[in-house]
Structures are given as C-alpha cells and as structure tokens.
Design a protein. Structure first.
Length: 270
C-alpha cells in the first residue's frame, strides 16, 4: 500500500545518506527497516481504526473497515495490535541502544496522531512528525547517534512532504469530514490549497539542499532534488481538489518522489 512506502522511504533516505562515500547503503538495514515499516504502518492503521470506528461508519470510503463494519470486536483488534507491536519490537531490538530509545520515543506519536483530527485543523502536521521518524532513526541505526545537521533538515523536509501529500489525500473526504465534524488541512486551506502546497514543497526542497550540503552530497543528489521539484510542481499544477479520484492518483504518485530522492542519494554517494 502507498502508506507503507511513504513510511519506509524516509528511512531509506537516512540509511543512504549515512553510508560511507563510494559505498552502497546497508542492505541488511534497508531490509530490516522495510519489515519494520510494514509492521508499524499496520499498527498505525489498527490504532487509527480503533479510535475512529464510530466515525468510519459514517463515511462511505471507510464504512467497510472491519471494526466499523462490526466484523471484529475491539478486544480482537487489541490482540492483533499486540501482535503487530511485539513483532515491531523484535525489529527494534536488532538496532543499537541509541536507536532503540529513539524508536520507542515515536510510539506516543503513533498512538495520539488519530486523535488530532478532533482537536486541530493540522492533523497532517502531526502525521508528518510521525511518518518521518525514520529520517532520524535510519541514520542512528548506521552511525550509533544522529548527526543533527543532516538529520533535522531531512526530517523537516519529510514533514513538509507529508503536508503536501496528506493534504491532497484529505481532499477526498472533505464533504464527509464536514458532516461528521473532523478537521484537516484540506478544510483549513480550502481554495488556497495550491498556494500552501507550493510553500510546503519549496520548504522541502530547500531543506533537502541543506541536508545534502551538510553531508557533502554530489551532483546526482541535487539532480534528484530538481526532479522532485518538477514532479511536485506538475502534481500541484494539475491537481483538481474537487475530484476524489484525481486526489488519490496524485497522493499515490508521491512514492515516485521518495524513490527519486533515494536514487539520487545512492548515486550521489557513489
């Protein structure tokens, strides 16, 4: 699913940037984080569905989810969540002590994110803080600690990217969201959405340049950043916020953004 890729790709960026010059990224670590992304994205979905089971019943797109439809009980979902988090813990325990603590610190964000749509019009910002934790964790898993001059701009770039793609995603459900009373950046920005998305995209690109400069990246990296800029510009220019199918297609295309950057990092290192 697209969401699993969007959680995994910031991990790959960080692992790639942490590789020694002239070397490929650590394939063992990439695989380990891939398993972790599947498990934690799944756990996040389970938590989200548990919090939102009453809301999901009222939205056509989500009414068939197992908890909303009554196919499973809350207790059964707790058991399933316990299994997901236990397996994710096994992955986390394969890392160094610094990364174990850093990874565990993200759990509070995973648990509280689904509540944010009840409280603020900026739940997408909290999702960004949650979904891009791998931009910190990947580097620490390789190096044993974070190089903040690289990791923080990379993390910030990921947060800005999430604000772009999840605002687009939220436009699919805005009519239902108004009816059931939940909030999103799509409802906050309304017809000004494209201007906001352009600002977030610019902030992302500048932050990627800062991260690249702070770890001595080379021409292929900046070429990838330029390609990402072109992709985002096209995505925003052609977006129709009133067509749910177009919003979905634009949202899903963001996997290309993540893959472009990872490719640029690998080639830049080589």
């Amino acid at each position: 699913p697209s969401g699993t890729w969007l959680l995994y790709l910031p991990c790959t960026w960080s692992i790639g940037l942490a590789a020694e010059p002239g070397c490929l990224p650590d394939w063992h670590m990439l695989s380990l984080f891939g398993v972790g992304a599947v498990l934690m994205r799944g756990a996040g979905c389970t938590i989200n569905d548990m919090w939102d089971r009453d809301y999901d019943k009222k939205v056509a797109r989500t009414a068939s989810r197992p908890l909303a439809a009554g196919d499973i009980s809350t207790f059964q979902s707790f058991v399933f969540l316990g299994g997901q988090l236990s397996l994710a813990l096994c992955v986390l325990l394969c890392l160094n002590y610094y990364s174990i603590v850093l990874g565990a610190a993200s759990l509070s964000l995973v648990i509280t994110y689904p509540l944010m749509k009840r409280i603020t019009y900026w739940p997408q910002l909290v999702l960004g803080l949650t979904f891009n934790w791998g931009a910190l964790l990947g580097w620490s898993a390789i190096k044993g600690s974070c190089e903040w001059s690289v990791c923080l701009p990379l993390y910030f770039a990921g947060v800005m990217w999430t604000l772009v793609y999840d605002t687009i995603y939220a436009h699919q459900d805005k009519k239902d969201d108004i009816i059931i009373g939940v909030k999103s950046t799509a409802l906050q920005f309304k017809e000004d959405t494209k201007q906001w998305l352009s600002g977030f995209s610019l902030a992302m690109l500048l932050s990627l340049c800062v991260a690249g400069m702070n770890c001595n990246q080379t021409f292929p990296y900046y070429s990838a950043v330029a390609a990402i800029g072109a992709h985002l510009a096209h995505q925003i220019y052609t977006l129709d916020i009133d067509k749910p199918e177009d919003c979905w297609n634009k949202f899903a295309s963001n996997r290309t953004v993540g893959v472009l950057l990872f490719t640029g990092i690998v080639l830049g290192n080589l």
